[in-house]
Ligand binder design. Structure first.
Ligand code: ADP
Ligand code: MG
Length: 246
């Protein structure tokens, strides 16, 4: 545990898609500065859980509190709320007709009201951070997948978020590009960013996670410190899941 302040708290959360019960009695508290990695089989509800955190999905019952906002109530200013939460997806979602720098300054100018000059300065700082300042004037198609994903991360960081959510950020990348994206994520963990990461990169998970959350069939079956989880998972389904990866 880090600072002791919960930034994200699920209390008895359930979610249905029609008749399908996708999240079952989720209880999870994530503290400021914590790095939590969510793992589990395909279809177990990992993306849904992540998407509830920035209200891309609504919960059906229970309570969900994120960054002091009660998301289960109706009176939520979603745009205001989402400013503090960055999300990086498997697909990079960059605008193909806009240069890298223009992709990044869009939200800070429109949403935060920064001047173009200020936003560009911040954007360049983060492009440097992710190692591709020289690509500012390129178009996304001129970049490799790994570079595009790093632009997507820089774009999120330029909004100065309190929480970063990652949903399989390296799954669409060629193997030789996975490392450069994980390096950027690793550096964020060293800076105390609160991060919730869904990934199949178990070596990375083991290294950076403060805690690992194992999900199956919409339930959290195990939550444990990374070293403990990977050395000795307690749940049979977690053991089976890990053994199949090796
Ligand atoms: P994971 O990310 O662990 O692979 P997801 O959260 O994407 O799992 O999906 C969990 C389950 O919910 C899957 O069975 C999936 O088919 C189903 N599901 C996901 N999104 C929707 C949706 N919008 N409508 C109906 N079912 C969905
Ligand atoms: Mg998913």
């Amino acid at each position: 545990m880090k600072g002791g302040l919960a930034l994200i708290e699920f209390i008895d959360v359930n979610k249905h898609y029609g008749n399908f019960h996708v999240l079952r009695d989720i209880n999870l508290k994530i503290e400021e500065g914590e790095v939590v990695v969510i793992i589990g089989p395909s279809g177990s509800g990992k993306s849904t859980l992540l998407r509830c955190i920035n209200r891309l999905e609504a919960i059906s019952s229970g309570e969900l509190i994120v960054n002091g906002t009660l998301l289960h109530t109706k009176k939520v200013d979603i745009n205001q709320f989402r400013r503090d939460i960055g999300m990086v997806f498997q697909q990079f979602n960059l605008y193909p007709h806009k240069k890298v720098i223009d992709n990044i300054v869009l939200a800070p100018t429109r949403v935060l009201g920064l001047s173009k000059e200020e936003a560009t300065k911040t954007a360049m700082r983060y492009l440097k951070r992710v190692g591709i300042a020289d690509k500012a004037d390129s178009y996304p198609a001129q970049l490799s997948g790994g570079q595009q994903q790093r632009v997507a991360i820089a774009r999120s960081l330029t909004m100065n978020p309190k929480i970063m959510l990652f949903d399989e950020p390296t799954s669409a990348l060629d193997p030789e590009m996975i490392g450069e994206v994980l390096d950027v994520m690793r550096s964020l963990t060293h800076e105390g960013m609160t991060m919730v990461i869904v990934t199949h990169e178990m070596g990375f998970a083991r290294e950076v996670a403060d805690r690992v959350v194992f999900m199956d069939e919409g339930q959290i079956l195990e939550v444990a410190p990374s070293s403990k989880f990977f050395a000795k998972p307690q749940e049979d389904r977690a053991k089976t899941f890990l053994s199949r990866l090796i």
